[in-house]
Design a protein around this ligand. Sequence first.
Ligand SMILES: [Zn+2]
Ligand SMILES: [Zn+2]
Length: 166
Amino acid sequence: MTVTPEQLRALATRAEALTAEVWTLCGNVQTGPAEPGADASAPAAPDPLVSARQAAGLLARAAEELQLAAADLARLQVRPCGLPWGVCPEHGNTLSSQAGVSTCRVCGRTWDHDRLRRPCHEPATWKVIDRAGTVTRMCDGHVLGARAAAGNATFVRLDQEAGSQP
Ligand SMILES: [Zn+2]
Ligand SMILES: [Zn+2]
């Protein structure tokens, strides 16, 4: 089976909820000033919940680690867009190529190769489903052009595909 970033994020959410539960149960116990009339010189009673509160700290850290693992995994699972021509990652189909150099007409960024005639290597971050049901994965830049061209297509961000909406 394949572990997905969404599964790790779900576990992290449960660890966060557990952390909160432990804190609610054990976190607000006052071990401070003794009750009125108590002997101030008596040694403080050992805190029976100190371990539980430490556990809450560990759970909180575990939640963070799981979120980090989910982010790492999401990064590793990204595939290149692969459409047969290049785009500006920010502006889409705005490149012109001259003498082997590609330039974005909007931001002026240049690439020292003919980006227009090479397959796109930007990370595929979107899934575009056209009216016929054909699915194409593409990068941010290519999605800009697809949005303009395909009014009836469905656009799904890949990192939100299987995630539960909060
Ligand atoms: Zn640009
Ligand atoms: Zn692309």
